[in-house]
Design a binder for this molecule. Structure first.
Ligand SMILES: O=C(O)C1=C[C@@H](OP(=O)(O)O)[C@@H](O)[C@H](O)C1
Ligand SMILES: C=C(OP(=O)(O)O)C(=O)O
Length: 415
């Protein structure tokens, strides 16, 4: 699997803010991560790329970034723009962040509001909710923030701002979102204290360059797990996948559906749990999904809805309103596209209801420009009764540049 996208972003950010050299093995060379990489280069950080894809980051310490000479383009990446907003709020310079037409529609007030309580000065379109964002960096005070949503991007923006505030910054969240920032901050030497319901970071740490091994991305593996489960006679071993419990909700959901998935060779890499996943085709059944598993599988719901179309009985997804503010409205997009393939799907305000079991037919579908929708539809196509044409597929390069090749290999050329 390609490297984990979330961990790859954070390795550039913390490697740049650390003193000394950071080596990153397994970095994801996708468009989103290149947006982060280019932003740090534009702020004066030297990042070498070796022939084997390994990155060497020459970190300049917490106060080593320079004012960028131009607007920083975050492309399609919500993680880049939201985490950078927190980080840039504490710098001694002015910066502007923007992104593509999808990113410029996504809500930013969720980070701007709590950052303003720390003294951050940030402006945006739409009354301060939309990019481009203009940031006048300056001194910050620590804060205690009760986030109404379980969002790692909100949490991480505040923790990164908290590095620049004297004292303790605390974020509480309704359910635990992915904790890669916490783990990597600690790995680089920051004082990070997780507690039941939240986390505290102590400001003004000294971060030291490290050697980071990025595990394979479970969100990318998810497409192959579902493809193998719903293709009769399949057996697939997916090696070196990050199985951090705050990310592994897809394994729990697929096992609950009756999927045969085994974790082998469990180990730890740079503070992150990793395993190989053995998956065998299985008869799936419909399930109820909601509550704390939702943030643990937030990017996997498009492909979960494909699995549900092949599962016997009804699958109900609840508490997943966040899907409406991703690269696209993923509830609306999957409902319309799966319906075109004959699935019985109904959208709900906070999720979907899927009556599965009758398989999918052929047809023409569209990704809506969203990488996860494109790849989920490829899995649907793989197992549909007739040919499926998927329009607008270049977006897979956002998170999974070699997706089509790997799908072809895994399916013996059928992909
Ligand atoms: O912090 C991160 O790396 C991410 C957090 C999640 O977003 P939210 O924080 O908006 O849930 C997720 O959807 C995104 O793909 C990556
Ligand atoms: C939502 C996603 O990413 P981001 O928020 O970083 O654009 C994703 O990769 O599915």
């Amino acid at each position: 699997m390609p490297g984990d996208k979330s961990i790859s972003h954070r390795s550039i950010m913390l490697g740049s803010l650390a003193e000394g050299t950071t080596l990153v093995h397994g970095f994801l060379h996708g468009e989103d991560n290149h947006a982060t990489l280019n932003a740090f280069r534009a702020m004066g950080i030297e990042i070498e790329e070796h022939a084997d894809g390994v990155l060497k980051i020459h970190g300049k310490g917490l106060h080593g970034l320079a004012e960028p000479g131009d607007i920083l383009d975050c492309g399609n990446s919500g993680t880049t723009i939201r985490l950078m907003t927190g980080l840039l709020a504490g710098q001694g310079f002015f910066s502007v962040l923007t992104g593509d037409k999808y990113l410029r529609k996504r809500p930013m007030k969720r980070v701007l509001s709590p950052l303003s309580t720390m003294g951050a000065r940030i402006w945006g379109r739409g009354g301060g909710d939309l990019a481009p964002l203009a940031i006048q960096g300056g001194s910050l005070q620590p804060a205690v923030y009760d986030s109404p949503i379980a969002s790692a991007q909100v949490k991480s923006a505040l923790l990164l701002a908290g590095l620049y505030a004297q004292g303790e910054t605390t974020v509480r969240e309704p359910h635990l979102s992915r904790d890669h920032s916490e783990r990597m901050l600690r790995f680089f030497g920051a004082d990070v204290r997780p507690f039941e319901g939240g986390v505290t970071v102590v400001g003004h740490p000294r971060l030291t360059g490290r050697e980071v091994f990025v595990p394979g991305d479970i969100s990318s593996a998810a497409f192959f797990l579902v493809a193998a489960l719903v293709t009769p006679g399949s057996e697939l071993l997916v090696r070196n996948v990050g199985v951090n419990p705050t990310r592994s909700g897809i394994i729990d959901i697929l096992q609950q559906m009756g999927g045969s998935l085994e974790l082998l060779n469990s180990r730890e890499l740079s503070g992150e749990p990793v395993a190989d996943i053995l998956v065998r085709s299985s008869d799936l059944k419909g399930v109820e999904i909601g509550g704390s598993v939702v943030p643990r599988a937030i990017d996997e719901f498009p492909v979960v809805s494909v699995a549900a179309s092949f599962a016997e009985g009804t699958t109900t997804i609840r508490d997943a309103r966040e899907l409406r503010v991703k690269e696209t409205d993923r509830i609306a997009a999957m409902t319309s596209e799966l319906t075109k393939l004959g699935a019985r799907v109904a959208a709900r305000e906070d999720g979907m209801v899927i009556d599965g079991g009758q398989g999918l037919s052929g047809g023409t579908v569209n990704s809506h420009g969203d990488h996860r929708i494109a790849m989920s539809l490829a899995v649907a196509a793989q197992c549909a009764k007739a040919a499926v044409t998927i329009e607008d597929t270049a977006c897979t390069a956002t998170s999974f540049p070699n997706f089509w090749d790997l799908l072809g290999q895994a399916t013996g050329g059928k992909g």
